[in-house]
Ligand binder design. Structure first.
Ligand SMILES: *[C@@H]1O[C@H](CO)[C@@H](O)[C@H](O)[C@H]1NC(C)=O
Ligand SMILES: *[C@@H]1O[C@H](CO)[C@@H](O)[C@H](O)[C@H]1NC(C)=O
Ligand SMILES: *[C@@H]1O[C@H](CO)[C@@H](O)[C@H](O)[C@H]1NC(C)=O
Length: 310
């Protein structure tokens, strides 16, 4: 496509999108809020999770017992679903989830089978076969959130919606601030799911792994490796904690990062305080670590290209 036809194409696409949005939604004010009902938290003492010295009475106000909150991300080089348009975001790591570890690092999973939407759960948990959780988002008018999730919360070897469902049912159902009871008497089914996804995105934006590493000169390379300490130090200097780094191939291929936090207030709105990982890294402290470039056909630009073209 020539430069000029690219501009024409983008202008047409923008007009079509605007028309689509206008016809689908009655207007800005019709998109409902999904936040919890936490007026009662105003009279509770507020502390960082896992740092309370007296019992937390209202668990809608602070994640309890899962107060060691992990924002987890992947560095994948392909998705396996490229033919279906499931591509990785250029210049960004991808979201894994937001996990409620107990203060000692142990954790619970699938805590509420009434909110089981995972199509491929482990043995003992009934599989879900209803509409995908992406339809929950559109039902609440959150096409904006769905669009962001499709760009940055990208699965490998599974559809994105199946992965998002897995993350909600395995982890959010064990996170007290997303309990159905926290949404009050006007709770609408799936409100908590949309609210959780929103909270995951907010948490992810606090940890821009790609940008932190790149600004220290640590960029994906298929010709040279990095050391564990340079990776850890670079991330620790910006976040305040040493995150867990996960590596494959006997500790030599960087694949994952987990940022550990205590949270002041709720996961929805509160402040995250970074802590050192309680899990030992699986990356080698002696061998060089590969931070591989992606397969070019497995990724796409997700920022607004039309701004650059204009
Ligand atoms: C913190 O609150 C939780 C939940 O109420 C409670 O189980 C735990 O014992 C409290 N911690 C301390 C040190 O009081
Ligand atoms: C894995 O790494 C360890 C420590 O670096 C090394 O001693 C061992 O030989 C490696 N194993 C393989 C199969 O490469
Ligand atoms: C870099 O290496 C990885 C791992 O072998 C491979 O999947 C990827 O396609 C390579 N990327 C480029 C741009 O060569």
């Amino acid at each position: 496509m020539s430069f000029r036809s690219a501009i024409t194409f983008l202008a047409a696409a923008t007009a079509a999108t605007a028309a689509g949005v206008a016809s689908k939604h009655k207007g800005y004010s019709s998109v409902p809020n999904t936040f919890p009902s936490i007026a009662a938290c105003a009279t509770e003492p507020s502390v960082f999770s896992c740092e309370n010295t007296t019992a937390i009475q209202n668990t809608c106000c602070s994640p309890t017992p899962g107060g060691l909150v992990l924002q987890t991300q992947f560095w994948d080089t392909y998705t396996g679903y490229e033919s279906q348009g499931q591509l990785l975001p250029h210049n960004s790591w991808t979201i894994h989830g937001l996990w409620p570890d107990n203060c000692d690092g142990s954790f619970a999973q699938y805590c509420d089978l009434n909110r089981q939407y995972d199509p491929f759960p482990p043995k003992g948990v009934p599989a879900y076969s209803g509409p995908g959780v992406d339809t929950f988002l559109t039902a609440f008018g959150r096409d904006d959130l769905l669009d962001y999730m499709d760009k940055y919360w990208v699965s490998q070897g599974e559809t994105n919606a199946g992965f998002w469902a897995h993350e909600f049912s395995k982890h959010a159902t064990c996170t007290s601030t997303f309990d159905v009871a926290c949404y009050g008497p006007d709770y609408q089914e799936h409100q908590d799911v949309v609210d959780f996804f929103n909270a995951v995105i907010r948490a992810f934006k606090q940890f821009p792994t790609f940008d932190i590493l790149a600004s220290a000169g640590i960029v994906p390379s298929n010709t040279s490796t990095y050391t564990l300490s340079e990776l850890q130090n670079t991330l620790q200097k910006q976040t305040g904690g040493i995150p867990y780094l996960g590596c494959g191939n006997n500790g030599t291929v960087l694949q994952e990062v987990w940022y550990f936090n205590h949270v002041y207030g709720t996961e929805q709105f509160g402040r995250f305080k970074a802590l050192d990982s309680t899990s030992p890294t699986t990356c080698s402290s002696t061998a060089g670590i590969w931070y591989y470039e992606r397969t070019p056909t497995s990724e796409r630009e997700v920022r607004d290209l039309d701004l650059i073209l204009w």
